[in-house]
Design a protein around this ligand. Sequence first.
Ligand code: SF4
Length: 355
Amino acid sequence: MSSLRDLARKIEDLLPRPVRLMEVCGTHTVNIFRYGLRSLFTDKLTLISGPGCPVCVTPQEEIDYLIAAASKPDVILATFGDMIRVPGSQGSLKEARARGANVKIVYSPLDALKIAKENPDYKVVFAAVGFETTAPAVAVAVLEARKEKIPNIYFAVSHRTMPEAMRALLGSGEVRLDGLILPGHVSTITGARYFSFVSEEFSLPAVVAGFEAHQIMHGIYLLAKQIAEGRAEVEIAYREAVSWEGNPMGKQLIRKVFEPCDVRWRGLGLIPQSGLRLRDEFRDFDAKEVLPLELPQAKETPGCLCGEIICGRATPPECKLFAKVCTPETPKGPCMVSSEGTCAAWYAYGTEQVS
Ligand code: SF4
C-alpha cells in the first residue's frame, strides 16, 4: 500500500489548488471505499460519489410500480437481486413476497423468458433497471421473446442513460467539481467518445479508469496532471476494456430495441431524453402498456437523503438515519441497499485508513 500512498503524495504535489473529483460509477464508488482510497488524500483532494448506482437513481414511483405489479395474483415479477430490498412507498418487493407476491430473483433477462415459458398462465414482468451497461442484454431478451413468440413476458423498462444526467448535474452548478472519473462499465459499451461533452461543454478533465486500486489511482493521477497543465480532455486509462467507439453490437442492440424518452431520476428530477423505452414495434412487451396500474402518490422515507447523496450534495453521515435506523439490515433508502450504493459502501468501509 505504500506505493499507493506515494502516488497519493505525488498527485497532491501536482495539484495547484484543492480539487474535488466525482466518480460516476457505482463500482468505482464501492471500490474507492473498499480500498480506503479516500483516506490516502488530505483535504487537497476530495472524492465525491455521483449518480452511478442504477438502483439508487430509480425513482420511488418506478419501484412502487414493480411492487404493485408483483402483488397482482396473475403476475410473476422477475428481478435482479439488488432490487428486492429497495424500499418503495409501501415496503419492498421482499415484503410484498412475504405477503404472497410472486417475486423471483433472476441472474439474466433470459431467465425471465424461461419463467414465462414454464408459467403460461401468468404474466411475467421483468424489472429492467440499469444504465447502458445492462440495456443490451435486455434488448437481446426482448428480441428473443419476439422471435419465440412468448405471449406472457413483459418488460418494465427503467433504463437510464448517463450523459443527460451528467449534463443536468454539471449544468446545475450545485456541485463544484474539478474533474470526473467516468463510468467504466458504461464506457465499455458506449465508448469514451460518448463522454466528450464533459470536456467540450464543461471544460472539465475526465478519465475512464479501471476498477482495481492502482487503476483508480492512476485515473486520479491523470486527472491531477490535466488540472496541473490546464487541460480539459477525455482520456482512457482502462484500455483493456474501453475504446473510443465502444461495443458496436451493444450499441446497435440498444438502438434497435429502445428509443430515448423523458424520465425522472431520484435526486435529479425529470431529465428530457435521459431514459430508454421500448420502440413502438415492441410495445406488446411493454409492461406499463399491458399492465397499467393506478398508484397512489409516491412517498420517500422522511429524512432519507438519498437524492442529495446521489448528486454529491450530501454524504451519508449527514443523514440522521444513517447507521442508526438505516443499516444494510434495515435499509430506509436505495443507497443503503445496493452493493453500489454510497450509504452501503460508507457503512461497510467508512473512511478507514489503508492498512
Ligand atoms: Fe437514505 Fe439510509 Fe442513506 Fe439516509 S442512510 S440517505 S435513509 S439510504
